[in-house]
Design a binder for this molecule. Sequence first.
Ligand SMILES: *[C@@H]1O[C@H](CO)[C@@H](O)[C@H](O)[C@H]1NC(C)=O
Ligand SMILES: *[C@@H]1O[C@H](CO)[C@@H](O)[C@H](O)[C@H]1NC(C)=O
Length: 564
Amino acid sequence: MVSKLLIFSALFSLALAKPTARSMKVRESRQNVPAGFVRTGAAAPDTELKLRIALVQSDPEGLVDALYAVSTPGSASYGEHLSKEEVEKFVTPTAQSSEAVDAWLQQVGLSATAISPAGDWLSVSVPVSKANEIFDADFAVYTHSETGKQAIRTMSYSIPDALEGHLDFVHPTISFPSPKGLRPVISTPDNLQNRAIEPLATCSTTAVTPACIQSIYGIPSTKATQKTNGLGVSGFIDQFANSADLKTFLSKFRTDLAGTTFALQTLDGGSNSQTPSQAGIEANLDIQYTVGVASGVPVTFISVGNNFQDGDLGGFLDIINFLLGESNPPQVLTTSYGDNESDISRSLANNLCNAYAQLGARGTSILFASGDGGVSGGQSQSCTKFVPTFPSGCPFMTSVGATQLTSSSGAETAATFSSGGFSNYFGIPSYQSSVVSSYLSSIGSTNSGKFNTSGRAFPDVAAIGVDLEIVVDGRTETVDGTSCSSPVFSSVISLINDALIAEGKSPLGFLNPFLYANPSAFNDITTGDNPGCNTNGFKAAKGWDPVTGLGTPNFAKLKAAAGV
Ligand SMILES: *[C@@H]1O[C@H](CO)[C@@H](O)[C@H](O)[C@H]1NC(C)=O
Ligand SMILES: *[C@@H]1O[C@H](CO)[C@@H](O)[C@H](O)[C@H]1NC(C)=O
């Protein structure tokens, strides 16, 4: 029965196949529909698809070389960050590529709009029938069984031979949306405790405040002075940062900063509703532990709405393209959202990682929470192999894991949820290769086969992430998550940038070569682990480890290492 059906459909598609006057090559394909999705029917031929076309960038290797040259201490051009135009030179497709793609667009009767500052991304609107024809594709409707989420995707597509080396890839095609959307990496609501706690000047193992964080890491409370310094806090999925809650938070925990506010930028139809009940736990946490720790540094909440231009990336690429379009992007950007690496196609992951390299070359430090599922990914889930998170596998950003206090004097251990591990998409960068190989030899065959020993390892660093007091909708609560850690570490970097800028020096920019060159500027975390996938995960250890990275910041030592 089954085989007859197969034969029938094979004949049928043969009969429909058009004579091919052109020569096409498969550009991307996937073997299986991702778990949870099923094909539920053909897509209506006249449905308009909004496809994005990535052109081959003129010199991505040159960009990466330039990034390392300006970010590696000791290099002749250390700190000489690139201008917008200099970065765009590496990224803008060659005239040959643009002409080839333009000629093809004209031939197939499509008009495109550039959606990135360097013109390496184009957007086209095309009906399903035509997309199937020009890409030898089979766009169909796929439905996620659990959530009902639908997406029109194809299992493979081809491009004309003449576009090889010019057209990089088309999106969304073979990558599927994350069924539940981007998720904040915060252990809520389960761990959200509803309680009112008095402001504490010192630390307690059940309530962490800005004053506690300042005391354990030696972060000064003196106000930063530089107006050109900027700390960007990204917001997604209608998580709003509430100004009244910030005011309450400061009045309880940073009376010396009373009245400090944040600026707002929006893209993709983003907004920042101030309705108290719409205050987002993630957004409030991120704003309160940047404004409240990076004393006096100008903070901007960048709210990305739901009209994404970047398809399945949920705005991750849009926010970077938005900042790349600015002449003075913030010197630090913190993000507490993430995904499973495997949910994103390699082409897309590469492209986004390359966008981080562009912004890093401009002098922006890009920090992300590493995830809250230990070795099982962004959130705890069942698994047999370890699940690396995205974008922590990208070598051109800084991934921040979490710790928790073991005593009120400030001793720390790894937080059990702190995600860490090894990318399956990106190879190990040289700045971490020696510390990572030391770690790997120290664990022998533990967990062998469950992770990729040649992948980029994360997190890079850590910061406190358990029992931080925040104010949401007027109430004081405590939250856990690497979502706490990224804003805290970002604040440290912003305060060091303030001192650098005050002396007429460059901000730190892409951090990792600097961080790995200064391991002694960290409080090494040597206890705890990050269980998941029915294992104990990795153990924290002396030196770098895939739970807490190099450790938590020692402000004075990091600042001295930065030369201020
Ligand atoms: C990650 O993938 C697993 C299945 O492999 C899925 O259960 C989980 O929901 C995914 N996580 C996210 C954040 O999408
Ligand atoms: C392991 O990582 C390397 C380096 O990024 C990659 O090329 C390889 O495909 C990965 N292996 C698997 C099984 O994912």
